[in-house]
Write a protein of this length. Structure first.
Length: 226
């Protein structure tokens, strides 16, 4: 094979590789553009408050990088867990399903509807499957009366679901073993979820075709030199 031909093939392979590995644009669920910054839902926490707030969503593919809620604890420290579960919408109600796919102990403390972002480290989720991102208090002894940012309606944005809550009294076992409360609420939380980029399937196919063509060209060259 001539140096010129080799250079051309290498350049072609590099171009195809670059095109294939160029990721699709990141998918971000972000309802905050529909929120005026002050509308809340209340009361979250222990004691007489609701122990679990969350938002359902559909995975766009790739991996969940992080998610964000907006919470005002009015200066009180609340021990809680940030979690991701699969979500089951059944005719008689919905609930979290199975083991928590992500579970991190967090402490909430703020004096306004402040953003709290939880990083998952890249949680792979099944495309178009239903999930719930939530916070649940450690136990019923946690401070009560916190506010969360909420839209006056459902966002209607791609992949976003709706606000869900559960008066589970700090008992995490009940999250997956009984139907949640308030499933008819027609609202979305003010929240964000960021998913890592994933290569487009068409680009991956292009890479495969390009590499196949390059290998075929090299085989023909070797046959000609034999």
């Amino acid at each position: 094979m001539s140096i010129q031909r080799l250079s051309l093939n290498v350049s072609l392979a590099a171009i195809l590789m670059g095109a294939a590995l160029a990721p699709a644009h990141a998918v971000v669920i972000d309802t905050t553009s529909l929120w005026e910054g002050t509308n809340p839902v209340r009361h979250f926490g222990g004691s007489s408050s609701t122990a679990t707030y969350g938002e359902t969503f559909f995975a766009p593919g790739g991996a969940l990088k992080n998610f964000t809620f907006f919470i005002n604890t009015f200066g009180k420290s609340i021990a809680a867990s940030a979690r991701i579960y699969a979500w089951s919408d059944q005719p008689n109600g919905g609930s979290a399903v199975g083991k928590a796919l992500f579970d991190r102990t967090v402490t909430l403390n703020s004096n306004s509807l402040q953003s709290f972002t939880f990083h998952t480290g890249g949680l792979a989720l099944s495309k178009n499957a239903s999930y719930v991102a939530l916070l649940t208090v450690k136990d019923d002894a946690q401070p009560s009366g916190s506010y969360w940012g909420m839209l006056p309606r459902r966002s209607g944005l791609p992949y976003d679901g709706k606000f869900v809550f559960y008066n589970n009294n700090g008992d995490s076992f009940r999250l997956t073993n009984s139907t949640w409360d308030g499933l008819s609420w027609p609202n979305s939380l003010a929240w964000k979820a960021t998913f890592n980029d994933v290569p487009e399937p068409a680009s991956m196919a292009l890479l495969g075709m390009g590499l196949f063509g390059l290998m075929a060209s090299r085989r023909r060259s070797k046959s000609a030199q034999a």
